[in-house]
Design a protein around this ligand. Structure first.
Ligand code: NAP
Length: 247
């Protein structure tokens, strides 16, 4: 794999899938901006792993639901490394509950972080990418954005929304050499899924043909591929990395 784009912003990269994506991109020679919301120590741990993999790193705290904070993130990236040629919209949260019980606040917060955050960052990234006539954007959706999931109306709506955003951006930006794709992970072993009750975990496991959870690194390899030169003719797609869960 080779990645022409040399500067990547990865949102929500202090832990889990975002951290693994940073390490995979650093290993391919990218300079990486590790964005996070609050976990500074975890972000510094991501930095150390990326530096070990051979990449230069900037850690930057910003709440992606806040456009002004995203502007600060992109300015910090431009000052340190230049404008990004790779953007991975990975930041995501859950606030689960049955549709009848979910509060408006919890609905809005999940949409604001998961979907509007990606809108903010895409808008800020595409100006420089259009000028460069080159760019790679990958949005981290979820299989539940394709299938729905009881107890996750807000989360599933945000992840389905990301697929619409991906396809639209792919159509609008393709003429400028920018590809936009989504990766839809299934059940991946991170902090997000470690909090699930045992019965829920067992139910999920029984729905996965490969019979196991995925590792963050397995999602990261798919993302790195979509950011590579080898994926130059792939745009507007949703790649499930889910052990067959959504077949
Ligand atoms: P995770 O371990 O909970 O990590 C979430 C990351 O997002 C953290 O780095 C967190 O930063 C950051 N974040 C949260 N709110 C943010 C905000 N407002 N602004 C900026 N960053 C924010 O989650 P994960 O499992 O790695 O998930 C990563 C992505 O994959 C998410 O979009 C998730 O929906 C998606 N996904 C995960 C799974 C799975 O099974 N794990 C399945 C499908 C899709 P702090 O550490 O600073 O809080």
């Amino acid at each position: 794999m080779s990645i022409t784009g040399s500067t990547a912003i990865v949102t929500g990269a202090s832990r889990g899938i975002g951290r693994a994506i940073c390490v995979a991109l650093a290993a391919q020679g990218c300079q990486v901006v590790v964005n996070y919301a609050g976990s500074q120590e975890e972000a510094e741990a991501t930095r150390a792993l990326c530096e070990e993999a051979g990449g230069r790193v900037l850690c930057h705290r910003a709440d992606v639901s806040d456009m002004a904070a995203c502007q600060g993130l992109f300015e910090a990236c431009a000052d340190a490394f230049g404008p990004p040629s790779v953007l991975v919209n990975n930041a995501g949260i859950t606030r689960d509950g049955l549709l009848m019980r979910i509060t408006e606040e919890d609905f809005d917060r999940v949409l604001d972080v998961n979907l509007k955050g990606a809108f903010h960052c895409t808008k800020l990234a595409c100006r420089g990418m259009m000028k460069a006539r080159y760019g790679r954007i990958v949005n981290i959706s979820s299989v539940v954005g394709l299938t729905g999931n009881a107890g996750q109306a807000n989360y599933a709506a945000s992840k389905a929304g990301l697929i619409g955003l991906t396809k639209t951006a792919a159509r609008e930006l393709g003429g400028r050499g920018i590809t936009v794709n989504a990766v839809a992970p299934g059940f991946i072993d991170t902090d997000m899924t470690r909090v699930l009750p045992q019965a829920v975990r067992e139910g999920l496991l029984s729905s996965i043909p490969l019979g196991r959870l995925g590792a963050p690194e397995e999602v990261a390899q798919a993302v790195a591929f979509l950011c590579s030169d080898q994926a130059a003719y792939i745009t507007g797609q949703v790649l499930c990395v889910d052990g067959g869960m959504a077949i």
